[in-house]
Ligand binder design. Structure first.
Ligand SMILES: Nc1nc2c(ncn2[C@@H]2O[C@H](COP(=O)(O)OP(=O)(O)OP(=O)(O)O)[C@@H](O)[C@H]2O)c(=O)[nH]1
Ligand SMILES: [Mg+2]
Length: 667
């Protein structure tokens, strides 16, 4: 809603739409309209006092965090919008951390001040507690809750009444003078700190001019030492015009300030060699693929040849435009500092740098978070199955936080993402955009089977039915291999007990059994099989017979070799508020987690490290959210396979035998 009012106030649109009615410029995708939340970033340029401002609205919901990471790579500043209440939302923490990581200037816009439960001072207290003197009030609200009517700007001590384009400027009312002066002093302290000359003047007891204060604040936001706090109501448009002024006055300009990647500064010089970075791409069913590009240096013209440094390919820029939400405006020239979009490139996608073949400038890839949630999907019909692959390719291409894994051993197709709503909406997109219907199921745990001791066994396959019989006979020795070594096969048959041409069949019989498992139907790993003896029949022996004999020998030896089921263990890092540590650790114990350590992260936050079985982590994203009221976050990566506790093993085996029996009954 704030973006909508910024667009309207700046004259980019003639009517204010709303998120709730599905008429906003930013949330224009049919799925965004249906869900009434932002799902992906929208680029919305506006002009204000002879400056172009590229607003990029990113979703706030943690499931759609990918675009925040992508956009943070290409902007200078972040405006964090938060509600006027004491407790800060998760989205705020996420945005703050991403801004810190990318060294972005930031300001805070405190919203919803007109609401009955608005608690502006409560929020300010929380912000000061968390971030200290960085938090600099540059405005104070006039009127409380329903009576909220305007913004007192501490720069010029004027009150901005009215909304959007209809702002009237008045002198500050008497009752506000004292509180305003007190905060103004603090603002001046912060401004003076940014600049030595200002500091001298300030310490000398002289008054700083409005321009000097603004300059001091700008220097402060650039270095991250100052985070100005603005306020208003995005529903009614109060505070929006002053926000526009502040964006220009106090946030760094992309045509002045260089961006630094890996220690290399990119100065926004239009005459420097081209460096354009693709931070996002979308698969539009009509226009095809659209790449969104930030030009860090140089100039891009329509019909230019550019060099895709990552794909090492020349691309021709025929279709160049400035994106406006769902609309666009044709562009002929785009210079350093600006953002544009290019349609119909051949190979280019997210994280690619467009440069010249001579200069080959490369900007590092965006550091996207790893998926933490998984679900199995299954196409409904044959046509769905045929369309699924290409449709998924397009979805994955536009959303790097989405992942697709085909698990051959489990016969499941797994979609991985940032949370349940993320995966839900991906499945919705499959249907809405590509007409692909899928059903979902819980993702199975990829257990494995192995042995803990050596064992030997014979496998004989003999059959005499009418004419040619079947005969195969082999002795196998199994030995456990270290974890992670997989499988190896050795032939130690001497004296032609099994003719050489049948040995590959023995190996094949063993390998097929590895895939099917012998305990509970899971893949067998970390085993060495050695064939060392056997016998054959001149007429009746065949490859098929030796394959079957090997399978029999393997199963028989394995069941005497202290078999065990292995389960995948995840390395988990949970980032939680201190007051939730006890509950989070207790919950991990309940998941058979092994606590590895706890480290203070930032004031009030602790990093809990643990190893936890994947089998118990199915709903962790949801459960952690409820344990920590949304403030906990976690990262998980595969660590290793470990033995499953005997009772769990027995349950799996029983379940498998039941299924097999049912299957045999069916036949
Ligand atoms: N009362 C009140 N409601 C507001 C205000 N601003 C936004 N809302 C409502 O808050 C809800 C969320 O607003 P959005 O503009 O979609 O917020 P957002 O931060 O873009 O949300 P996501 O992008 O989905 O994370 C909508 O129902 C808005 O109508 C405000 O100033 N006052
Ligand atoms: Mg939104």
């Amino acid at each position: 809603m704030l973006v909508e009012h910024l667009l309207y106030t700046a004259g980019a649109i003639e009517r204010v739409g709303t998120v709730d009615a599905g008429t906003s410029q930013s949330d224009h995708d049919p799925l965004e309209i249906r869900r009434k939340i932002s799902l992906s970033a929208s680029v919305l340029p506006i002009e204000w006092h002879d400056h172009k401002i590229n607003l990029i609205d990113v979703p706030g919901y943690p499931d759609f965090i990918g675009d925040l990471h992508a956009v943070a790579q290409v902007v200078e500043s972040m405006i964090i919008v938060c509600e006027a209440k004491k407790d800060i939302d998760v989205g705020f923490d996420l945005a703050w951390e991403v801004a810190e990581k990318h060294g972005l200037a930031r300001c805070i816009f405190v919203n919803k001040l007109e609401r009955d439960n608005a608690d502006y001072e409560g929020l300010i207290t929380t912000l000061h507690e968390r971030y200290g003197s960085k938090i600099v009030n540059v405005q104070i609200p006039i009127g409380h809750q329903a009576a909220f009517s305007g913004v007192l700007d501490l720069l010029n001590m004027k009150v901005y009444k009215g909304k959007d384009r209809g702002v009237e400027i008045e002198d500050a009312p008497a009752g506000y003078q004292e509180a305003a002066q007190e905060r103004r002093e603090k603002m001046m302290d912060a401004a003076a700190e940014g600049d030595d000359d200002l500091m001298l003047k300030y310490l000398d007891g002289q008054q700083l001019t409005t321009e000097e204060i603004e300059h001091g604040l700008l220097v402060g936001t650039e270095t991250g030492r100052v985070v100005p706090v603005l306020l208003g109501s995005a529903l009614s448009g109060i505070g929006v015009a002053t926000l526009l002024d502040r964006i220009i006055g106090e946030l760094p300009s992309p045509v002045e300030v260089p961006k630094t990647f890996d220690g290399k500064a990119f100065s926004p010089d239009p005459n420097a060699p081209l460096a354009g970075y693709v931070f996002k791409s979308t698969a539009d069913p009509y226009v095809g693929k659209i790449n969104y590009v930030r030009i860090f240096q140089g100039t891009l013209k329509v019909d230019d040849h550019v060099w895709n440094v990552v794909k090492e390919k020349d691309e021709r820029v025929h279709n160049l435009f400035f994106p406006h939400g769902k609309g666009q405006e044709a562009a002929t020239v785009v210079t350093a500092g600006d953002i544009c979009a290019i349609a119909k490139l051949q190979v280019t996608g997210t994280c690619d740098t467009l440069s010249t073949q001579k200069d080959k400038i490369a900007i590092p890839p965006i550091d996207f978070p790893e998926p933490i949630y998984r679900i199995a999907i299954k196409p409904v019909s044959k046509p769905d199955e045929d369309k699924l692959g290409p449709a998924l390719m397009k979805l994955l291409d536009e959303d790097p936080t989405l992942r697709y894994v085909r698990d051959a051993t489990l016969h499941q197709e797994i979609l991985e993402g940032m949370g349940d709503i993320h995966l839900d909406s991906a499945i919705e997109k499959l249907k809405a955009r590509f007409g692909v219907n899928v059903t979902t199921d819980e993702a199975k745990v990829p257990y494995k089977e192995t042995i803990r001791a050596g064992a030997k066994a014979q496998g004989r396959h003999k059959r005499q039915t009418g004419g040619k019989g079947q005969f195969g006979d082999c002795w196998l020795e199994l030995q456990p291999l270290p974890r992670g070594d997989g499988f190896s096969f050795e032939n130690k048959v001497v004296g032609g007990a099994i003719p050489k041409n049948f040995i590959p069949a023995v190996e094949k019989g063993v390998r097929e059994t590895l895939e099917k498992g012998f305990l509970a139907g899971y893949q067998v790993v970390d085993v060495k099989a050695t064939v060392y003896d056997g016998s054959y029949h001149d007429v009746d022996s065949s490859e098929q017979a030796f394959k079957l004999a090997a399978a029999i020998a393997f199963r028989s030896a394995a069941s005497n070799a202290q078999p065990v089921i292995l389960e995948p263990i995840l390395q988990l890092e949970v980032d939680v508020p201190d007051e939730c540590v006890g509950d989070v650790v207790g919950d991990l114990n309940g998941r058979r987690g092994r606590l590895q350590g706890m480290d203070p992260l930032s004031p009030g936050k602790t990093l809990v490290r643990a190893q936890v079985p994947l089998a118990t982590m199915g709903r962790y994203a949801l459960d952690l959210r409820s344990i920590t009221k949304g403030r906990g976050r976690f990262k998980q990566t595969f660590s290793h396979y470990d033995e499953l506790p005997p009772t769990d093993s027995q349950n799996l085996i029983k379940e498998y035998e039941k299924q097999r029996a049912a299957h045999e009954d069916d036949h």
